[in-house]
Design a protein around this ligand. Structure first.
Ligand SMILES: *Cc1c(COP(=O)(O)O)cnc(C)c1O
Length: 390
């Protein structure tokens, strides 16, 4: 576990539930991805974690930003980002948001249908636009794709139409689904984009940009392929189809940049078998589906969850993971609210120490992305989790 976060918990003993993010680790992740794909321009997907400390650090590193709403754009500007470093990447935009973005100087917009294209032509004239292609969320643990993107045929027509409407048909995008475990997903999508580039060339349209979206996985309870497996496959595929003439490459990582930089510190509110003899132990945490762990829906994202007491004593003995006398037993994990859907893991096999009792604290690893903003405002009166950026 991240030593800086361990030190923070030990010294500050923060009240739970809270999210603690090591901003230096965010920087490391950004630098690593930039190093592995030097020709790519990184547009951090703000929705993964829009904390000012994260945005400011990324501005300092020269990052660009993928924003989904006027509010996210405003946050980026407040953090010091230049308007020309921001992409309005949501294919579903209010007219008022398009206008505000355009007035603020944003000139890069996504779309996937004629209606949106017409909204852009009217309210963001002359802007660079890119069309999002539909790809299936094959092997993504948190797929997104049914809702966004269009077919190759329709993208072809829409890009021609964009030029007629006075917009600048800049390129194409896709998103292979979040927490994507297969490098093949990128290879297939790039091939599709490349053939459309060729077709549009015969129409006299010279596309300049490919936006690879996000999707790079982070390590939760199970292993995932290394990031350089992805960047190598991507580089090779682009070179295969575009040879020396690489288009501009945009990346929109969210989870990969912040996921492993953060930890949720939580308390077991109750540990109980509720009368069932030899029954399953239920562990109710003070954070659940409505407290920010929304991605546990369908048990899609399976966080590594550890007892702090054991982790701490292990760390002191400096033989992390090697504590032999540790007796573990199966548990079902749930949140603290009065909603029956507020169960984290029932089918997935989780174990925690047999002597875990109410009041013990735990850590949820890899929680830097998609937690703080998914937290409901006050369901059942529980206030949103505290956040620390260290
Ligand atoms: C959510 C999102 C991202 C980030 O995806 P990750 O899987 O977190 O990397 C990137 N681009 C778009 C358009 C998104 O909606």
């Amino acid at each position: 576990m991240n030593p800086k976060i361990v030190r923070f918990i030990t010294q500050e003993n923060p009240s739970t539930p809270c999210l603690i993010v090591d901003v230096d680790e965010v920087e490391n992740r950004y630098r690593l991805l930039q190093k592995l794909l030097p020709k790519g321009r990184i547009y951090y997907a703000v929705k993964a974690n829009p904390a000012m400390a994260v945005l400011k650090r990324l501005v300092k590193l020269g990052a660009c930003f993928d924003a989904a709403s006027w509010e996210e754009i405003a946050l980026c500007l407040k953090a010091g980002a230049q308007p020309n470093s921001i992409s309005f990447g949501n294919t579903i935009k209010k007219v008022s948001a398009i206008r505000k973005a355009y007035e603020a100087g944003v000139r890069l917009f996504a779309f996937d249908c004629r209606e949106e294209l017409e909204k852009l032509a009217q309210n963001a004239p002359g802007s660079l636009v890119y069309c999002r292609l539909l790809v299936d969320g094959y092997k993504a643990e948190w797929p997104l794709s049914r809702k966004f993107g269009t077919t190759v045929e329709s993208a072809h027509d829409l890009m021609c139409e964009a030029r007629v409407l006075g917009l600048d048909p800049y390129g194409l995008s896709f998103h292979v689904g979040s927490q994507q475990l297969s490098v093949e997903a990128y290879e297939v999508a790039i091939a599709r984009v490349a053939s459309l580039f060729e077709e549009l060339k015969t129409e006299g349209l010279n596309m300049r940009m490919v936006n690879l979206g996000g999707g790079f996985p982070v390590c939760y309870a199970e292993d995932v392929p290394d990031i350089d497996d992805f960047t190598k496959a991507i580089s090779n595929t682009i070179s295969r189809y575009f040879r020396e003439e690489w288009p501009e490459i945009l990346l929109e990582p969210g989870r990969f940049i912040v996921g492993e930089a953060g930890v949720v510190y939580t308390e077991a509110v109750l540990v109980s078998a509720r009368g069932a003899r030899n029954g399953t132990r239920w562990v109710y945490l003070d954070i659940g589906r409505f407290g920010g762990l929304a991605e546990t829906e369908n048990e899609s994202i399976r966080y590594a969850i550890l007892s702090w007491r054991y982790l701490e004593s292990d760390l002191c003995q400096s033989d992390f993971g090697g504590k032999e006398e540790l007796a573990l037993g199966s548990v079902v994990l749930a949140g603290p609210t009065c909603d029956g859907a507020d169960i984290l893991y029932e089918k997935t096999h989780y174990t925690l120490p047999l002597d875990l009792v109410s009041g013990d604290t735990l850590v949820i690893l890899g929680a830097g992305a998609y937690v703080s903003t998914y937290c409901s405002t006050c369901f059942n009166g529980f206030r949103p989790l505290d956040e620390y950026y260290i």
